[in-house]
Design a protein around this ligand. Structure first.
Ligand code: 4GY
Length: 242
């Protein structure tokens, strides 16, 4: 899969892409990341990419011209062009799976106070990585590259298969433990050392449900739960109320 990134700071991506999984994915040619400076698509002597906002207000706005020219030069028949912005549709694991089936993603990173709204007519969609503001779209683009790349067959080691996570995203993951068996004054739940796989499975499910009730009750709204889950949830709620 090819990613082309339009940014004012192409070097921002050098170090994240030169480590670990991403580095290996690139050297194995499972992914290819092209970096393109939006400033290179200007035509004026001073390579201006921003200007004051119409209507007044503070800060600068990214001009549409250089970004749209960049998109037009990179776009191919099978490209999907994505603008990163807090005003976009929320990114999630389902979207990552969907994007992992594309051949070519063009990711557009903004800076300053915002991007001229007319750019949205030249992108296929606008995506937000969350309800917060970061200083530029670069970290958002990297998040998408990472979440999508790890779903491509061969990118992760065979020990960690990524595809399964997306099937059941209605509850959070169960807690993990590794050696040492005693850390400071904290032990490991006995059941994990018991060798009783059915008990371990039930314990993990219950802990996952507890975490979900506590941290992400919204996930349970649309969840398809087994009879066993509903029984566990009722027990968890009874414990909460006690
Ligand atoms: N959240 N999800 C996000 C962001 C920074 C001004 C437009 C986000 O995707 N991008 O906060 N981006 C802004 C900075 C220009 C992008």
């Amino acid at each position: 899969m090819k990613f082309d990134i339009l940014t004012l700071f192409p070097s921002f991506f050098d170090s994240p892409l030169s480590e670990s999984i991403m580095k290996r994915a690139i050297s194995k040619k499972l992914i290819d990341v092209g970096l393109h400076n939006i400033r290179d698509f200007t035509h004026d002597k001073h390579k201006v990419v921003d200007d004051a906002p119409y209507g007044g207000g503070s800060g600068m706005v990214m001009k549409p011209g250089p970004i749209v020219e960049g998109i037009e030069q990179l776009r191919r028949k099978n490209s999907r062009v994505i603008l990163l912005s807090p005003q976009g549709r929320p990114f999630d694991q389902n979207k990552a799976v969907e994007l992992s089936n594309e051949e070519h993603l063009i990711l557009v990173c903004g800076r300053y106070e915002g991007i001229d709204e007319r750019v949205t007519d030249y992108v296929d969609e606008t995506i937000s990585i969350g309800d917060f503001v970061i200083t530029g779209g670069e970290l958002a683009a990297l998040t998408i590259v990472d979440a999508v790349a790890r779903l491509i067959p061969g990118v992760l080691g065979c020990s960690e298969s990524a595809k399964e996570e997306s099937f059941s995203w209605d509850i959070l993951e169960y807690p993990h433990y590794t050696r040492p068996a005693k850390f400071r004054d904290k032990g490991v739940p006995d059941v994990l050392l018991s060798g009783n796989h059915e008990e371990i499975r039930r314990w993990r499910r219950r802990e996952a449900l507890k975490k979900t009730v506590l941290n992400r009750p919204d996930l349970l709204e649309g969840a398809e739960l087994e009879k066993e889950d509903i029984k566990m949830l009722n027990e968890i709620k009874a414990l909460k109320n006690a």
